[in-house]
Design a protein around this ligand. Sequence first.
Ligand SMILES: NC(=O)c1ccc[n+]([C@@H]2O[C@H](COP(=O)([O-])OP(=O)(O)OC[C@H]3O[C@@H](n4cnc5c(N)ncnc54)[C@H](O)[C@@H]3O)[C@@H](O)[C@H]2O)c1
Length: 280
Amino acid sequence: MSTTGSRLNGKVAVITGGASGIGAATARLFTQHGARVLLADMRDEAGAALAEELGDAAQFERVDVTAEADVANAVAAAEREWGRIDCIFNNAGFGGALGPLDETSEEDFAITLDVLVKGVFFGMKHAAPVMKRQRSGSIINTASIAALQGGWAPHIYSAAKAAVVALTRSVALEMAEWNVRANCICPGLIATPLAVGRGFSDQVVARFKDAMADEQPIQRVGEPEDIAHCALWLASDESTFVTGQAHVVDGGATLGRAWNAQPAWMRRQRPITVYRPPGR
Ligand SMILES: NC(=O)c1ccc[n+]([C@@H]2O[C@H](COP(=O)([O-])OP(=O)(O)OC[C@H]3O[C@@H](n4cnc5c(N)ncnc54)[C@H](O)[C@@H]3O)[C@@H](O)[C@H]2O)c1
């Protein structure tokens, strides 16, 4: 599905969580469209390997997004290397605290919010001065459909992603004065190591993807490139009038149940008639 072109020619992007899944797919697509990307991630090996694959257009920095100094250094490194920052994609994430409410520890609560909310906050905070000086920039944060609907992810993850949506809107209002936009993407089920798991055989992954596809109104699994293409549009000059929005990319997963799939008793209650204006 990936494309090549010039939609990001001359632009510089920082991508957190850039060593895997959605972040890695976005880094590939951005460079195919002329951008230079700084990959910021905790996975040294995967991050360095991807940077090597992408050549001069990419650089890897080891970053823990919960450490403010790490994030500040990554932003500074991108500006030092390429002289500007047009986009920061605050995308690093994990599943966070699992399990029932009454078994969730304060420690697990804290680390989940640290990675998913504080990490996004640090990215926006440190990119902001550069973008304000330029009087342009696109901040993109990865939220989730779990921010919008119950049942897609664990409690604290869902709360954290809802916080990302609210934070994005609030920041968008402040930054608009400097022509800096802030949007988030709410992915549905996307076949990345986060959703599928790491270290499984290709066969197990394929079975899992089939099962995921069955859950989507659009009868295929969501791929990291589906999110990368939304990020490409948000990073490009095609979306310069779009800010403060939560863009849902989920194959229709949050739309509810199709009318013709409602139980028969529900469909039967409604008479099959068409409203006609009087006299017709
Ligand atoms: N896969 C899905 O179904 C799905 C759905 C909705 C939202 N998301 C979100 O998409 C984003 C990307 O996830 P993915 O699915 O590509 O998963 P992934 O596991 O493939 O990639 C996540 C990356 O984030 C990095 N990361 C985690 N904690 C970090 C930290 N503290 N500092 C720096 N890097 C860190 C990981 O090392 C990894 O490379 C996450 O924010 C996730 O919550 C994913």
